[in-house]
Design a protein around this ligand. Structure first.
Ligand code: SF4
Ligand code: SF4
Length: 115
């Protein structure tokens, strides 16, 4: 298993439409859940997602649940921090598959970097 790497020009995890995340209530506390819903734009993308360059407009102050580190993996998502790479690669693959498709250039670039 490689070390997880986010790839540029993706942004699939910033598509927040709740229908795509049916288990939000299971891992976000009420405050986090309210914040999550406040971020969802009319088209399902995060209101802070910058589509022109596929980046986060509030990167330095983005919510905890947007971050990938051992503390967040354990405290927010209830996963073993030692499984961070496996967990993050699985999440990214799911999001990229759902947003761009299994044969998309985004998936290809992600797999080249992570699998
Ligand atoms: S889905 Fe994964 S690779 Fe794509 S932007 Fe989000 S963290 Fe990065
Ligand atoms: S706050 Fe930033 S990282 Fe989090 S979903 Fe929105 S655009 Fe993506």
């Amino acid at each position: 298993m490689k070390t997880w790497q986010c790839v540029k020009q993706c942004g699939a995890c910033c598509y927040l439409a709740p229908a795509e995340r049916p288990f939000l209530e299971e891992y976000l506390d009420p405050d986090q859940l309210a914040l999550y819903h406040a971020l969802v734009g009319a088209d399902g993308w995060c209101v802070h997602y910058q589509k022109v360059d596929r980046t986060c407009g509030i990167y330095e102050t983005r919510p905890e649940f947007c971050r990938v580190n051992t503390t967040v993996v354990q405290e927010v998502y209830g996963e073993d921090p030692q499984d961070l790479d496996r967990w993050a690669i699985h999440c990214c693959t799911d999001h990229i598959d759902s947003v761009y498709g299994p044969e998309s250039p985004e998936m290809l670039r992600f797999k080249q970097a992570n699998l």
